[in-house]
Design a protein. Structure first.
Lengths: 537, 331
C-alpha cells in the first residue's frame, strides 16, 4: 500500500516537473519565435519611415518605389509579429498563473500600458498606412508610418521594463498579508537603470537587424543588376544604419554587461565559465568544462579583459561561479543557484559574435561603397548608364575585382541572418542566465508554473503552437522570398499623385487639376465613387 | 465606489469594446462563406473590415492586460482555468490574422481558398467560444481554496455555457451582417439584409432564453433593465433591417451587444469569478484586485488613453467610410 502511494507521489512529482519543463519550453519557443519578427518589424518600420520621408520631401519616384518595396516586406513581417504577440500576453496567465498572482500588481501595469499606449497606436495606424495610400494626403500618410514606428518602439520599451523587473526587481514591497509583490513606484519600474540600458541595447540591435535585412536583399538584386536605382539607395542607407547602430549595440551591450556584473554576478560568471574568483580575470574565448565538478578542462583566454569589461579596470576582481553560488546560498538558503552554464557561455559568445560580424560586414560595405566612387559616373562598369551597378571601390583608383565583387554580394546576403541569430542567443542567454529565478532573488521559476494546469494540457498547447509556428514560418519565409525577389513595383500615376485632402480624388495633373473649386471637386468625387480601391486585401 | 469597483467597470468597458468591434469582424468572417457567392464578393466582405480589424483586436489585448494589472487573480484563474478553449481561441486569432494579410499575396486559387476557409473557421470558433467562456464565468466554476480552477474541460461545456456560445455567435453574425449592409453597395448589400434575418431567427430565441436564464440565476433589478434593453434593441435592429434603415440597424445591433455584456458583468458584480465549490472561495472585486497604488496609476493611464484611442480609431472609420462593392475590387 505504502509503496503504491509512494509510487503515485513519484509519478505526480514527475508529471509536475515535466509540466514545468514543458511550460518553459513553450515559453522559450514562442518567445524566440516571436522575437524573430519583432526586431525586423521595428527596424524596417524606421527604415521605411525614413524612405517615405525622403519621397515626401524630394518627390523622387525612386524613394516611393523603395518605400513600397520595403513596406511590403515590413507588412509581411508585422503580421506575424502581431499575431504571435497575442500568445505572449496570455501565456503568463495560462502556464504561469502562480507567477501572475505573485507579480501581477507590478508586472501587469507595464503590460497594460503596452496595450493601451502602444498596441492601439501600431495596429490602428498600420491599417491607415496600408489602406491609406489613395485616401490620405501625402504628409498625413507619412505621419501614419512614423506613428507605427513610435508605437513599435513604445511597445518594446514597456515590455523591456517589465522584463527588467524580472532581472532586477525594484519599486516594489512584499505585502505582509498576501506574501506577494506590491508596486510602490511605477517610475522606478519604468525608468530603472536596467530598463533604460536594456532598451537602448535592444532597440539599437533592432535597427541593426532591419538594416542587415535591407542590406542582404539589396545585395541580392545588385548582384543580378536588377532594380539598381532603388537597391543602390537602399544599400547605402542600410549600410550607414548598420554601422551606426552596430556601434550603438556594442556600446550599449558593454554598459548592460557592467550593469549585469553588479546586479546578477552569477549570470556574468556563467557567461564566462569563470569558476573561481580571479583578480584580474581573463576573458574566455573558448572553454570546455565539467559542470558537475565545477571547472573547465580546456580554456583559451585573454588575461585581464574580463576585469575591464566588468568595471573598466584591468586589474579588478570578478567573482566566480562557485563563490557566487556560495554567497547566494548564504542569502537565499541552501540550493543550487547556477544556471545552465554551457547555454549561458555559448549564448553570450554567439550573441556577441554574430552581432560584431554583422557590424564588421556593414563597415566593410560602407567603405567599399564610399559615396564618391559609388555614385561617380567614372567608376561605373558601363559608363553613361545611370542604372548600371557601380563598382565596389577598393582604393581610390582600384575597384574590387570580378572575382571578389560577387563574394561581397554573397556575404552581404548571408549577413541578413546574422543579427537574427544574435538576437535569439542574446535572449536565450539573458533569460536562462537568470535561472533558477523567474524574478531574480524573489521568486523561483519552479514556483511560478500554474498548479491547476495538467501535464497533458501544457503538452497539447506546446505541440499545437510549435506545429502552427513551424507551418507559419515556412509560409512566411516563402512569401518574403517571393516578394523580395519580385523587386519594387511599377508606379502608377495614382501612386505618384496622392489626394490633397482626406478621401479626395488623386491630384492627377491634367486640365481639371488645381481647379480648387468646390463644386468641381464634388463632381470628381461622384465620378470617383466607381474607382476601384488602390489597395485591397 | 472604490477604485477596484471602478476598475471592474473599466474591464467591462474594454470587453464591451472588444465584443462590439471584433463582434462584427467575426460576423463578417463567418459571412464570407455564407453570404458571399464568389471570390470577388468574399473580397468585398474582407475589405469592409480590412483597415480596422487589427485595431479592433487590440481591445482584447487591452482587456487582458488591464485584467492582469488590476485583477491579477482574475487573470491568473481565468486563463489557467479555461486553458484549452483559450488555446483554441489563440490559435484561431493567429491563423485569422495571418489569413487576412496573406490571402491575397499569391495568385493561386488553392492558396486563396485555404485562407478563406481559415477566415471562416477562425471567426466562427472564437465567436462561439467567447460566449461559452463568459457564460461560465457568470455561472460560476469550481474554484478551490487556492483560487485555482478545479473542474475539467467538460465542466465548461454545460448547457448554459453552450447556449451562451450560440448567443454570441448568432449576435456577432447579425452584427456583422448589419455592418456589411452599411458598408457595401450592390447585391451584397441586399443579401446582407437576408443574412441578418437568418441570424436573427437564431439570435432572438437564443438571446432571450439566455438573458432570461441569467436573470433567473443571478439577476437583480439592474440586470433586468439591461436585459430588457438588449431584448428590445434586438427586435428593433431586425425591424430597422426590414425598413432598410441600415444606420439605425447597426446602432441597435451594437446596443444589443453592449447591453448583453453589461448584463453579464452586472450579474457578476461584486464577484469576478464565483466559485461553485464554496462561496467564500469566489474571486471578488475586493479580493482579486491589485493594490490601491497600482489601480491609481492605471486609472491615470486609462483616463488619458481610452478616450484618445476611441478618438483616433473613430477617425479611422471616418477615413474609410465609403461603401464598397464588387466593382471596387481590383482584379
Amino acid at each position: 500500500m505504502q509503496l503504491a502511494a509512494a509510487a503515485a507521489d513519484h509519478i505526480r512529482l514527475a508529471a509536475s516537473s515535466g509540466q514545468l519543463d514543458l511550460a518553459r519550453w513553450q515559453f522559450g519557443i514562442t518567445t524566440v519565435y516571436h522575437y524573430f519578427f519583432v526586431p525586423l518589424t521595428i527596424g524596417l518600420a524606421g527604415l521605411v519611415a525614413v524612405l517615405q520621408t525622403a519621397w515626401v520631401r524630394t518627390n523622387k519616384p525612386v524613394y516611393l518605389k523603395a518605400t513600397k518595396f520595403w513596406g511590403k516586406l515590413f507588412l509581411i513581417n508585422i503580421a506575424m509579429g502581431v499575431v504571435t504577440g497575442i500568445v505572449q500576453e496570455f501565456q503568463f496567465g495560462m502556464n504561469w498563473s502562480a507567477y501572475s498572482r505573485f507579480v501581477g500588481d507590478v508586472f501587469g501595469a507595464p503590460l497594460a500600458m503596452e496595450a493601451l499606449l502602444a498596441f492601439f497606436f501600431e495596429s490602428t495606424f498600420v491599417g491607415l498606412w496600408i489602406f491609406g495610400w489613395d485616401k490620405l494626403p501625402k504628409r498625413l500618410h507619412l505621419a501614419c508610418i512614423w506613428l507605427v514606428f513610435i508605437g513599435t518602439m513604445l511597445s518594446a520599451y514597456f515590455i523591456l521594463a517589465a522584463n527588467s523587473f524580472m532581472q532586477h526587481p525594484v519599486g516594489y514591497a512584499i505585502d505582509h498579508a498576501t506574501g506577494r509583490a506590491r508596486l510602490t513606484s511605477i517610475t522606478e519600474v519604468l525608468f530603472q537603470e536596467t530598463a533604460v540600458t536594456v532598451a537602448f541595447h535592444t532597440l539599437t540591435a533592432c535597427f541593426l537587424t532591419g538594416a542587415a535585412f535591407m542590406m542582404g536583399i539589396s545585395a541580392y538584386h545588385l548582384a543580378r543588376k536588377r532594380h539598381v536605382a532603388v537597391m543602390r539607395t537602399s544599400l547605402r542607407l542600410s549600410l550607414v544604419v548598420a554601422v551606426i547602430f552596430g556601434i550603438g549595440t556594442a556600446v550599449s551591450g558593454d554598459s548592460l554587461g557592467k550593469v549585469m556584473f553588479r546586479q546578477q554576478p552569477m549570470k556574468m560568471a556563467s557567461a564566462e565559465a569563470l569558476w573561481e574568483t580571479q583578480c584580474p580575470a581573463p576573458f574566455s574565448v573558448f572553454a570546455y568544462g565539467n559542470v558537475a565538478k565545477g571547472h573547465n578542462s580546456v580554456e583559451l583566454s585573454v588575461p585581464g579583459v574580463l576585469s575591464f569589461l566588468s568595471d573598466s579596470d584591468f586589474s579588478s576582481c570578478v567573482p566566480g561561479i562557485n563563490e557566487t553560488n556560495h554567497a547566494e546560498q548564504q542569502k537565499f538558503g541552501p540550493g543550487d543557484y547556477k544556471p545552465n552554464i554551457p547555454v549561458a557561455f555559448w549564448g553570450f559568445r554567439l550573441m556577441i559574435g554574430f552581432g560584431m560580424v554583422s557590424l564588421a560586414i556593414g563597415a566593410v560595405g560602407l567603405w567599399l561603397t564610399r559615396k564618391r566612387f559609388w555614385l561617380s559616373e567614372r567608376l561605373r562598369a558601363q559608363r553613361g548608364d545611370p542604372d548600371a551597378v557601380p563598382l565596389l571601390a577598393l582604393t581610390k583608383d582600384r575597384a574590387l575585382g570580378e572575382r571578389l565583387s560577387p563574394w561581397f554580394w554573397r556575404i552581404s546576403l548571408l549577413t541578413m541572418l546574422l543579427p537574427l541569430f544574435a538576437n535569439s542567443f542574446g535572449w536565450i542567454f539573458t533569460e536562462t542566465g537568470r535561472q533558477p529565478w523567474v524574478v531574480y532573488g524573489l521568486f523561483r521559476t519552479e514556483d511560478a508554473v500554474s498548479p491547476g494546469v495538467s501535464f497533458g494540457e501544457v503538452l497539447t498547447s506546446l505541440v499545437v503552437l510549435t506545429a502552427l509556428y513551424g507551418i507559419l514560418a515556412v509560409i512566411e519565409v516563402r512569401l518574403l522570398i517571393k516578394y523580395a525577389k519580385a523587386g519594387p513595383p511599377e508606379l502608377s500615376e495614382r501612386d505618384l499623385h496622392p489626394p490633397t485632402r482626406i478621401g479626395g480624388p488623386p491630384s492627377l495633373p491634367g486640365p481639371r487639376a488645381g481647379g480648387g473649386d468646390a463644386d468641381r471637386d464634388e463632381d470628381r468625387d461622384d465620378e470617383d465613387a466607381d474607382r476601384p480601391l488602390a489597395i485591397a486585401y | 465606489m472604490q477604485l477596484h469597483d471602478w476598475w471592474f467597470v473599466v474591464i467591462a468597458v474594454l470587453w464591451t469594446g472588444y465584443f462590439f468591434l471584433e463582434g462584427f469582424d467575426f460576423g463578417v468572417g463567418v459571412l464570407t462563406k455564407t453570404l458571399a457567392r464568389d471570390r470577388r464578393e468574399r473580397r468585398v466582405l474582407i475589405n469592409t473590415i480590412g483597415p480596422v480589424w487589427d485595431g479592433n483586436e487590440v481591445w482584447l489585448l487591452s482587456a487582458g492586460g488591464a485584467m492582469f494589472a488590476a485583477f491579477p487573480d482574475w487573470y491568473a484563474t481565468l486563463f489557467s482555468g479555461f486553458y484549452l478553449p483559450l488555446l483554441v481561441i489563440l490559435v484561431c486569432l493567429i491563423v485569422r490574422g495571418v489569413a487576412f494579410e496573406y490571402r491575397g499575396k499569391r495568385d493561386d486559387a488553392r492558396w486563396q481558398t485555404r485562407w478563406e476557409h481559415a477566415v471562416f473557421w477562425c471567426s466562427l470558433l472564437p465567436a462561439f467560444l467567447w460566449g461559452v467562456a463568459f457564460a461560465n464565468i457568470v455561472r460560476g466554476v469550481p474554484i478551490d481554496a487556492h483560487r485555482e480552477y478545479a473542474g475539467g474541460l467538460l465542466g465548461l461545456l454545460n448547457p448554459y455555457a453552450l447556449l451562451g456560445g450560440v448567443v454570441t455567435l448568432s449576435l456577432f453574425v447579425l452584427h456583422g451582417a448589419v455592418f456589411v449592409g452599411l458598408k457595401t453597395v450592390g447585391e451584397v448589400r441586399l443579401r446582407a439584409r437576408r443574412a441578418a434575418y437568418a441570424a436573427g431567427v437564431v439570435a432572438v430565441p437564443a438571446a432571450l432564453g439566455f438573458l432570461g436564464w441569467t436573470q433567473a440565476q443571478r439577476g437583480d433589478a439592474g440586470t433586468l433593465i439591461t436585459a430588457a434593453v438588449a431584448a428590445v434593441a434586438l427586435v428593433a435592429a431586425l425591424g430597422c433591417v426590414r425598413a432598410g434603415r441600415e444606420g439605425w440597424a447597426f446602432v441597435f445591433s451594437g446596443v444589443v451587444i453592449v447591453a448583453s455584456v453589461a448584463t453579464l458583468f452586472l450579474a457578476l458584480f461584486p464577484d469576478v469569478m464565483p466559485s461553485t465549490l464554496n462561496a467564500s472561495w469566489s474571486l471578488t472585486v475586493g479580493n482579486a484586485a491589485s493594490s490601491a497604488y497600482t489601480l491609481k496609476v492605471m486609472t491615470w493611464v486609462g483616463v488619458v488613453m481610452v478616450p484618445l484611442v476611441v478618438a483616433y480609431q473613430g477617425w479611422t472609420y471616418w477615413v474609410f467610410r465609403r461603401r464598397i462593392g464588387v466593382r471596387h475590387i481590383p482584379a
